[in-house]
Design a binder for this molecule. Structure first.
Ligand SMILES: *Cc1c(COP(=O)(O)O)cnc(C)c1O
Length: 470
């Protein structure tokens, strides 16, 4: 399998070549040259596989430059009950007939990003060893992504993580999660500023190409193809649990921000998984809902980006969205380039033609959005009627899912985080603290390891230089 860029660079690249990369050189995103089609016999065979076996089968279709035995070992080491809590790895939790949650948040940081990031940690360590290389991952986080990356990369050979976060602005729980890591290769840098300052520093360091090259600076952001690919697996796993035979269809509802999670659902559907609807849910930051309702994609400035109680969906533009648009446009790279480079980058928006807009239905997408009041109501209702406590992001998904339920089609809502991470809103909704997994009791009291720094790219560079290793 080879990969191409959504903006026209068709240099054939293998999986290992794009694994450690972010954007393609022409500014586009990598996609496989085609989506392998799963025939009925294969789908029937996959139904009885364990999660790690299923993951191996799916990944093998997209990765042909890692020997099969090695890939099997990496995947088997990743998806274990010890890390993800159950044999099923992503079990369904029925809420009522025809409606269930798929638990994706039982990894170490209690959010679905662990599903992909844990595999990425294994793949990075493997590929860096194979090439005799090192990688210094630099990132900025306001909470979720940073901790998932740190827990995936901790102790991994050949990798250091330098994670910037706004000093004193994360919740005590989030700080404890990240700063309690004592691994020598994990570096928490608390910047005396806000999240945007952290992001600006990452950009400034990455734009210093000489520094970047010399220190092997890389990222683990959500446009990484391997992350997306790892997420395809749980759509298959959810489908097999919700159905008895492969003639049945299901729908998935996905709390969305950067369009990574639901894009994996799109890939699964393109492979032939019988998905009827992909229900995209946003919070008040409804860039994507607006697109699927109107055909206009208009990115927002920071003044127009709301801080909400489902903060991991507070995005102003959706970094993976170009992948879907490329497919929507019949893989016309020139048109994709013109929409994203000429229109979004210059004017901040594009509108599809009427003909392009009508094609969306053929891809199964529908959408909706949710507000803080909706989240409170959904959390309360789910607790009172089903006895299940859900987090704020999952609540956005469930609220919109209910608007798109169809008789006879099971609806699966992806549970993207556990309520323990968002205690404040849970208390507001139901008047009690969420339960915390036993392993995380008392983490706020653990010793913390982090370095406070001013808003200065130079200070961060100096720190990386001292700690990046040979
Ligand atoms: C990252 C995240 C999302 C959004 O996922 P995307 O892949 O960016 O669309 C939703 N919920 C939670 C809890 C997250 O951490």
């Amino acid at each position: 399998m080879k990969y191409l860029s959504t903006r026209g660079d068709a240099t054939p690249r293998g999986f290992s070549e794009i694994l450690l990369e972010g954007l393609a050189p022409d500014g586009g995103l990598y996609l496989p040259t085609r989506y392998p089609k799963i025939d009925a016999a294969t789908l029937a065979r996959w139904r009885s596989l364990k999660y790690h076996e299923l993951a191996f089968e799916i990944l093998s279709l997209y990765i042909d430059d890692i020997p099969a035995d090695d890939l099997r070992r990496l995947v088997t080491d990743t998806y274990t009950p010890a890390v993800f809590g159950t044999d099923l790895i992503t079990p369904l939790k029925p809420l009522e007939p025809g409606l269930s949650l798929q638990a994706l948040s039982n990894g170490p940081t209690l959010a679905f990003k662990d599903m992909a990031m844990q595999l990425l940690g294994q793949l990075f360590e493997y590929e860096l060893a194979r090439r005799g290389r090192r990688l210094n991952i630099l990132g900025a986080t306001s909470g979720d992504t940073g901790s998932a990356a740190e827990y995936a990369m901790r102790g991994k050979k050949g990798v250091n993580v330098f994670m910037l976060s706004p000093h004193g602005r994360m919740s005590p729980f989030q700080q404890a999660q990240m700063f309690s890591l004592q691994d020598a290769n994990i570096h928490n840098i608390a910047i005396e500023g806000v999240f945007d300052d952290c992001q600006d520093i990452v950009k400034a360091v990455s734009n210093d190409l000489a520094f970047k090259r010399e220190h092997h600076i890389g990222t683990v952001n959500s446009i990484n193809w391997a992350r997306l690919l790892a997420q395809v697996v749980y759509y298959f796993a959810g489908y097999f649990q919700a159905t008895r035979s492969n003639d049945e269809m299901v729908s998935f509802a996905v709390p969305s921000g950067n369009f990574g999670n639901i894009c994996a659902g799109h890939v699964a559907r393109m492979m032939g998984l019988p998905i009827r609807r992909l229900v995209l849910a946003t919070n008040e930051n409804n860039v994507l809902d607006e697109f699927f309702r109107t055909g206009t994609y208009r990115v927002r400035g920071s003044a127009e980006t709301h801080e909400t109680s489902s903060p991991s969906m507070d995005i102003s533009k959706a970094s993976n969205f170009e992948r879907f648009v490329f497919d929507l446009l019949g893989r016309d790279a020139q048109r994709t380039r013109s929409l994203f480079k000429d229109e979004v980058e210059q004017r901040g928006a594009f509108t599809t033609s009427a003909d392009e807009f009508t094609r969306i239905a053929g891809f199964g997408f529908v959408s909706g959005s949710s507000t803080h009041a909706d989240r409170l109501a959904t959390i309360r209702d789910t607790w009172q009627r089903c006895g299940t406590m859900i987090d704020t992001h999952t609540a956005d998904g469930l609220k919109v899912a209910r608007e798109h339920v169809e008789p006879g089609i099971p609806m699966i809502v992806l549970e993207t985080a556990l309520p323990a991470k968002f205690a404040e809103t849970i208390v507001e909704a139901i008047g009690r603290e969420p339960d915390r997994p036993a392993a995380l009791h008392g983490i706020e009291a653990l010793p913390k390891r982090f370095k406070v720094m001013p808003v200065s790219a130079e200070a961060v560079k100096a720190y990386i230089h001292q700690n990046a290793g040979p």
